[in-house]
Design a protein around this ligand. Structure first.
Ligand SMILES: Cc1cc2nc3c(=O)[nH]c(=O)nc-3n(C[C@H](O)[C@H](O)[C@H](O)COP(=O)(O)OP(=O)(O)OC[C@H]3O[C@@H](n4cnc5c(N)ncnc54)[C@H](O)[C@@H]3O)c2cc1C
Ligand SMILES: Cc1cc2nc3c(=O)[nH]c(=O)nc-3n(C[C@H](O)[C@H](O)[C@H](O)COP(=O)(O)O)c2cc1C
Length: 747
């Protein structure tokens, strides 16, 4: 069971009851605020002795003085048989009026403390407090994972509305919620009798009658030196009992005073348990600290928001979770299939494999890779793993490799099948890493690693034939790919760019010359929250994310870097014609009004963090698209520096006029260009970097963030150039990548 499961199940159980406690706590928090506003507090230099003198002048029958956490002074006395409690002004002893206990109904307190269930309820409330503590800790772990560590904790949150609310509220209230559950547990320990707060029975002390009258209070040394601020309770000696003593309870402890000699008969310090309890009480209730009570009240109310957004997230995840049909329970299965997938297509391949194996009489259990394990009944294991980012695992399986590396190897063969795309430099790198780890651990295998390119059904079927031979069983893997859920986007406008001179000797505007690239701007249909809940609509996107486009006649999407964000109100890409390419030909043939089928894939590793540091953007060809998107949204005027590489400024200077405008608007500080196919064009973009070495070194020394986008060859050249020019700073691109200051989007 991972942190996510712990968090989910606690949220649905303890979390539901915590909403009741949270709302009760929010109501109770009014009390300390109201009490503090009403209280007439004692001056800071007032001594307990002076207070007693003033009180006895106006209430001669006073028997006890209490100082409430709000600072108000309440005097208890008897008039005949009638007990009275009165507010007194400590400045002059004046009676202010009768003491009124909290105006809040008693049941609210009982609900908060024991769910209205008496002693059993107190145990229940303590259990919920423990649950909330565990929810906070597991929530913090998940938050850190999601945001990518402590340093990115304040970064922008992406995802559905429920996810954003849950994370944003969580960032604000998690610490207070953890503290609240800890203090609740501390207080419960004493209420439930698990910890004793006092040091046992009171000492046997008596005032020794000397025949003289009791000393006036002004002569009691302990009360003279005791500030009223420290007093909790002061009991007067009873008139009817000549041996009775003064008793005082303070923040530090409790003492007994001889009423005739004024001597301190006994003193005992508060126990450590009492001191901890006192702190817990203030921190949990806000009594005597009204600004803190306001914070606690707001956090109590936030529990409802937290729970609602959490339940919506759980529901969304359930709706979107892959549904594997015919899954046998783990303990009964002889074949296990573990899956690592971001976009979901690998789950489809797993289903096909599962169906085929079940037809052959196997009992098959399919699960996510982070649950990797084997049981006594397991005979074969298959791992189907996609690769993401810069050769990394899909998000849900980010800890799977470390988990597998910790397991002691079994005797069951584990066969890895990688899913990836050869366009990415790290082709199936996660599957390769899994294969290496499993072999190094000593797990046997039925077949060596196979890597499937672009979700090819044919390649999968061929692997199925090899598998059938190895198993010695008939097995046919006939996979019909599922088309991803898409949204229809309508082309609003296009800006065409002609091909290079060598291939096109006509004028660029000539009608026969087909465009070599185009900036395409799309609009998306209006969506209600219902559409997003069902996972149908476009997710919120930012420049640097990817749009997956499914061309007619293909189930395999092609990805394009986004040059705009959701807030821009349009979706823009810069697409280049690939000779004979299916999707690029489709895109370049679109006319305004035409529609495409698309979906969003987040690319969080490439997103710009919210920063004030300088940003260095390096792009070549259509690779400038996401960089243009970053600049367009640079409303805070962070110093951005663009290095652009193309072939010919007359043909492929994408976003050229916009770049000039953005400089004028202060969104871009400098631009350096290099064009490789014109005389004195400056060569490649890496040459532009070398020519500007001193300034670049300065920017990196100031902590600049770098983003590089374009072809693999260009990214390689840029790395070489930067490594050389950063050598005097003893920095490498690899180190900057490790610090998340350098990221590439390569295609
Ligand atoms: C993360 C990422 C971001 C990207 N961003 C952008 C972007 O911003 N702009 C952009 O223009 N592109 C971008 N791409 C590339 C884009 O996704 C497509 O790969 C590209 O448009 C080509 O797709 P296609 O369908 O046109 O070509 P495909 O049909 O996939 O063909 C690709 C190439 O292979 C050749 N080919 C196809 N089939 C065969 C065959 N059987 N035998 C031999 N050769 C064959 C084609 O002639 C073509 O040249 C990005 C890619 C990735 C992975
Ligand atoms: C943003 C992004 C990054 C990717 N990175 C890689 C990569 O580094 N190496 C690779 O081989 N494939 C990469 N791919 C391709 C996917 O691994 C491949 O499409 C896979 O079949 C997707 O499986 P899934 O739908 O189950 O997630 C990437 C795809 C996307 C969208």
């Amino acid at each position: 069971m991972g942190w996510k499961d712990v968090h989910r199940w606690l949220g649905l159980t303890a979390g539901t009851l915590a909403v009741v406690l949270g709302l009760g706590g929010a109501i109770l928090a009014f009390d300390p605020v109201q009490q503090s506003w009403q209280a007439t507090a004692a001056p800071s230099d007032l001594s307990a002795a002076t207070l007693v003198e003033r009180v006895t002048r106006s209430i001669p029958a006073a028997q006890e003085i209490r100082r409430l956490p709000s600072g108000a002074i309440v005097v208890f006395s008897f008039v005949g048989d009638q007990a009275q409690a009165t507010y007194v002004d400590p400045a002059d002893g004046r009676v202010l009026g009768p003491w009124q206990p909290s105006a809040l109904p008693r049941w609210v307190k009982n609900l908060h403390r024991s769910l209205l269930l008496g002693d059993a309820g107190r145990w229940g409330a303590a259990g919920i407090a423990l649950g909330v503590g565990l929810l906070s800790v597991s929530g913090l772990v998940l938050l850190l994972r999601r945001m990518g560590g402590w340093r990115r904790l304040a970064a922008r949150v992406r995802g559905s509305l429920a996810q954003r609310v849950h994370v944003v509220v969580g960032r604000v209230v998690l610490a207070v919620l953890t503290l609240t559950s800890l203090t609740a547990l501390t207080m419960s320990a004493s209420t439930l009798g698990l910890v004793a707060l006092d040091a046992g029975a009171e000492p046997e002390v008596l005032s020794v009658a000397t025949g003289q009258a009791a000393l006036p209070v002004a002569q009691l040394a302990m009360l003279q030196s005791l500030p009223v601020q420290d007093v909790r309770r002061l009991n007067f000696p009873a008139d009817a009992d000549p041996e009775d003593t003064w008793k005082v309870i303070t923040v530090q402890g409790e003492g007994w005073i001889d009423r005739y000699a004024g001597r301190t008969l006994a003193w005992r310090d508060s126990t450590p348990a009492q001191r901890i309890y006192d702190w817990a009480l203030v921190l949990h209730t806000g009594e005597g600290a009204w600004p803190w009570a306001v914070v606690l009240g707001l956090v109590g109310a936030c529990v409802l928001v937290f729970w609602l957004s959490g339940v919506v997230m759980w529901w969304q995840a359930r709706q979107q979770a892959p549904h594997i049909t015919g899954n046998s329970p783990l303990a009964q299965a002889d074949v296990l299939i573990f899956v690592a997938s971001e976009g979901g297509s690998t789950w489809g391949f797993a289903q096909t494999l599962q169906d085929a194996l079940r037809q052959g009489g196997h009992r098959v259990h399919t699960a996510a890779l982070e649950n990797f394990e084997t049981t006594a009944t397991t005979r074969q294991v298959f791992v189907l793993a996609a690769t993401y980012g810069d050769g990394q695992a899909p998000a849900h399986a980010s800890h799977a490799l470390a988990h597998i590396a910790k397991l002691s190897p079994g005797a069951v063969p584990v066969t890895v099948l990688g899913f990836g795309d050869r366009q990415f430099p790290a082709f199936c790198a996660f599957a390769v890493a899994l294969e290496q780890t499993l072999r190094a651990q000593g797990w046997p295998t039925l077949l060596p690693l196979e890597r499937i390119h672009q979700q090819s059904s044919q390649q999968f079927a061929r692997w199925g034939q090899t598998l059938a031979q190895a198993l010695g069983e008939p097995l046919v893997l006939d996979h019909v790919p599922r088309v991803p859920l898409t949204t229809a986007l309508t082309l609003v406008s296009r800006q065409d760019f002609a091909g290079p001179r060598e291939s096109n000797l006509q004028a660029p505007q000539a009608p026969q010359a087909p465009p070599a690239a185009a900036i395409l701007r799309f609009s998306w249909p209006a969506q209600g929250p219902g559409a997003r809940l069902r996972g149908l609509g476009l997710a919120r996107f930012a420049a640097g994310d990817l749009v997956g486009i499914v061309a007619p006649g293909s189930a395999v999407p092609r990805y394009y870097s986004l040059a705009s964000g959701w807030e821009d109100g349009f979706l823009e890409i810069c697409a280049r014609q690939m000779p004979g390419g299916l999707c690029s030909t489709h895109l370049l043939g679109l006319q305004p009004g035409d529609r495409i089928a698309a979906f969003i894939r987040a690319n969080p590793g490439f997103a710009l963090p919210r920063t004030r540091r300088p940003v260095v953007l390096v792009g070549a060809g259509t690779g400038v698209a996401p960089l243009a998107g970053f600049i367009r949204r640079n409303d805070r005027h962070i110093p951005m520096h663009l290095y652009f590489g193309g072939r010919d400024p007359a043909r492929d200077f994408y976003f050229g006029p916009e770049i000039q405008r953005w400089i004028g608007e202060g969104r871009l500080e400098t631009v350096h260009t290099a064009f490789s196919r014109v005389p004195d064009g400056g060569g490649y973009v890496q040459d532009a970097l070398r020519n500007d070495a001193a300034r670049l070194r300065g920017l990196v020394a100031q902590g600049a963030i770098l983003r590089v986008c374009g072809s693999r060859a260009m990214a390689h050249g840029v790395t070489e150039a930067l490594d050389a020019l950063l050598a005097p700073l003893h920095l490498t691109v690899q180190q900057l990548k490790a610090k998340e200051r350098y990221a590439e989007d390569i295609f």
